[in-house]
Design a protein around this ligand. Structure first.
Ligand code: ATP
Ligand code: MG
Length: 612
């Protein structure tokens, strides 16, 4: 690489001071141009953020300019013929350079073995050298184009495919800074170049329906847009065991550890066992008959449980709730007859189980459609939970007040889940799936990404060990919704569970081929563990002090020149730093064609209002 440079055109000064990796270079007065022509190409002159090459023995040390200033000359200034000094002639220009890598044997390597010496010459980098520094793949010619190097027209930044996509990626920036465009650009190009090869799954969690349009990302993607309001829209595929995951449902139903969780666990196990039977419908019918038979000698209990019974029976498909309520209300309890139940019309008393068909005949419990109930998992699980609740309260094995709130929350969660998820063995149909949460309520917006992350991670964990070429990429735009550390509205248990799931993916996922890409406006809100474990960062404009602090903590190797640029980066410009780059590099990401852009464009109100 060194031999290519004919040298002196790019010579700009010499080293005057070396203190560790901080080097001071005196700039020759003739090198104060904004740009120079070099072999027909325009090369940017010395300025903050630019790069310099400092030859040292057989190697070329590369550094970035961090400061630019002038100092009074210490040399005795030669005075003019008239004995007066020309104004400014005693001022010299200096730049502070931080060295970070070197060219040796024609390759750019991050890290340095030798430092330049005082009086070493300093050169600008030719466009080819610039590309080699900022695009580690330049030598091989392959690689993924991320954008253009800022301030250097026509210099592409290319990063290695593997280092970029086989990694966790964090995209951060204020609203409107261009995050969604960058995210979309990266994955549109990636999916386009991949062209269906390999066995990778890409799942995009889209909070605002930005990625659902036909041309966005790729044409053959599958869009899931469930709605918690209407229950319409394609439901998200989940594994068949989803409704039987005790840990998860205990968390969703906020079950207390000591009393509610064991109860819930037994209910879920029971429902699982019923589904394994050869005729679950017949078994459920038998259960209901037994429930009613057990009221023999428990008349007052029946009185207390009227409402619970209505709720239980109304879960069976095809039941008319009005006539069910009337039937239950018409049953009277006569305590004086040995706690018997008495049915008003027939006068029949419940003295023995054999009396059940007549006493409860109006309930039509024998002819209810239990087979349909057994095939609807959320309904079956709620039925079993309510059934066991009634049974346990009647036999005084639990206290009603302890379990009733759990039943309420569990059934509410099950009903929401039945609108959102569909258990199936095959999982996501297409390689690329977009899950739009536009029509999902606030509470479920936090839960769905967690469910998807968990199931996708499980899926990839199982196949990742054997299929070495497989991978799963979970992309979450507006990730502060699910990764926030300081949300006040939720319980601590739930927050820990949510964060632990994502933290596990970030910490362990790579081994199984599971990669997370998160995009957020508030890096300060995101759990520090997740923030610091990202491999590659794309940092757009950020102005908030806390966010800047969070970023500087997580991305420690970002240099001070680049760090000071973060609050003033223009739209679409970002600092890329991480394992895919040799050095933090400022990139202008290309804007996508209109139809491929995510639905997040800036509004032109002046035009719409006809002003200006
Ligand atoms: N690389 C780019 N070059 C030029 N304009 C861009 C670029 N990226 C984004 N923009 C413009 O900036 C606007 C906002 O972009 P985008 O939706 O990507 O921002 P964002 O950071 O995702 O915002 P939010 O946090 O609100 O989702 C869009 O109108 C888009 O046209
Ligand atoms: Mg966005």
């Amino acid at each position: 690489m060194r031999g290519e440079v004919s040298g002196d055109l790019l010579l700009i000064g010499e080293v005057t001071d070396v203190r560790g990796t901080k080097v001071k270079v005196k700039v020759y007065s003739q090198a104060n141009e904004a740009s120079v022509f070099y072999h027909g190409e325009l090369v940017r002159g010395v300025s903050v953020g630019g790069y310099l090459r400092l030859p040292c023995g057989y190697d070329d040390v590369i550094g970035v300019v961090e400061g630019d200033y002038q100092q009074e000359s210490r040399a005795v200034a030669s005075k003019g013929a008239d004995g007066r000094e020309a104004p400014g002639s005693y001022l010299e220009r200096y730049v502070d350079v931080s060295v970070f890598g070197s060219f040796s044997s024609g390759r750019f390597n991050r890290g340095i073995e030798v430092l330049p010496l005082v009086r070493s010459k300093a050169y600008l980098l030719s466009p080819k050298q610039l590309a080699a520094v900022n695009s580690p793949v330049e030598a091989t010619g392959a690689g993924f184009r991320v954008g253009e190097l800022v301030g250097h027209d026509g210099v592409d930044v290319r990063l290695p495919f593997n280092a970029l996509f086989a990694s966790h990626i964090g995209i951060f920036g204020n609203t409107g800074s261009g995050k969604s465009n960058t995210l979309c650009r990266l994955f549109t190009d990636c999916l386009g170049q991949r062209a269906g090869c390999g066995s990778s799954k890409f799942v995009f969690i889209d909070f605002n329906g930005e990625y659902t349009a036909k041309a966005v990302l790729c044409h053959d993607k599958e869009v899931y847009g469930p709605s918690t309001r209407t229950g319409a829209g394609a439901k998200i595929p989940v594994p068949p065991g989803f409704f039987f995951d005790v840990d998860m449902w205990a968390m969703l139903a906020k079950a207390t550890e000591k009393t509610q969780r064991p109860f819930l666990k037994r209910c879920i196990r029971k429902a699982g066992a019923i589904l394994e039977m050869s005729d679950p419908g017949a078994y459920l019918r038998g259960m209901v008959r037994k429930l009613l038979e057990d009221y023999c000698g428990c008349g007052p209990a029946f009185d207390e449980q009227r409402e619970d019974l209505v709720r239980l029976f109304s879960l069976v498909p095809g039941v008319d709730v009005g006539s069910l309520e009337r039937a239950i209300d018409s049953i009277e309890v006569y305590q004086q007859y040995n706690n018997a139940l008495h049915k008003r019309d027939s006068g029949k008393l419940l003295y023995s189980p054999a009396d059940v068909p007549e006493v409860f005949s109006d309930l039509c419990y024998e002819s209810m459609d239990y087979s349909s109930l057994a095939s609807d998992r959320p309904a079956l699980l709620e039925f079993i939970a309510r059934y066991r609740f009634i049974e346990a309260v009647r036999s005084h094995t639990i206290t009603r007040e302890h379990i009733a709130p759990l039943i309420q929350r569990y059934s509410a969660e099950l009903r929401e889940a039945s609108k959102l998820y569909e258990p199936c063995i095959s999982g996501f149909k297409s390689d690329v799936s977009v899950i739009s949460l536009l029509n999902v309520n606030l509470e479920q917006k936090k839960i769905v990404p967690l469910v998807v992350a968990k199931t996708l991670y499980q899926f990839q964990k199982e196949r990742g060990q054997n299929e070495r070429g497989s991978s799963a990429h979970l992309v979450i735009d507006e990730a502060h919704n699910v990764l926030s550390y300081s949300s006040q509205r939720e319980s601590e248990n739930w927050r820990d569970y949510r964060l632990e799931t994502f933290e596990e993916i970030v910490k362990e996922g790579r081994k199984f081929g599971m990669y997370l890409t998160v995009c957020s406006q508030r890096p300060a809100d995101i759990s520090p563990t997740i923030l610091s474990q990202m491999h590659n960062y794309f940092i757009h404009r950020l102005v908030n002090d806390e966010d800047l602090r969070a970023i500087s903590k997580a991305v420690s190797f970002i240099d001070s020149a680049n760090a000071s640029m973060i609050p003033v980066l223009p739209q679409g410009c970002c600092i890329v730093s991480g394992t895919a780059t040799t050095y933090p590099v400022r990139v202008q990401v290309d804007v996508l064609e209109l139809e491929k852009q995510p639905m997040s464009f800036d509004r032109d109100l002046a035009k719409a209002w006809g002003v200006g």
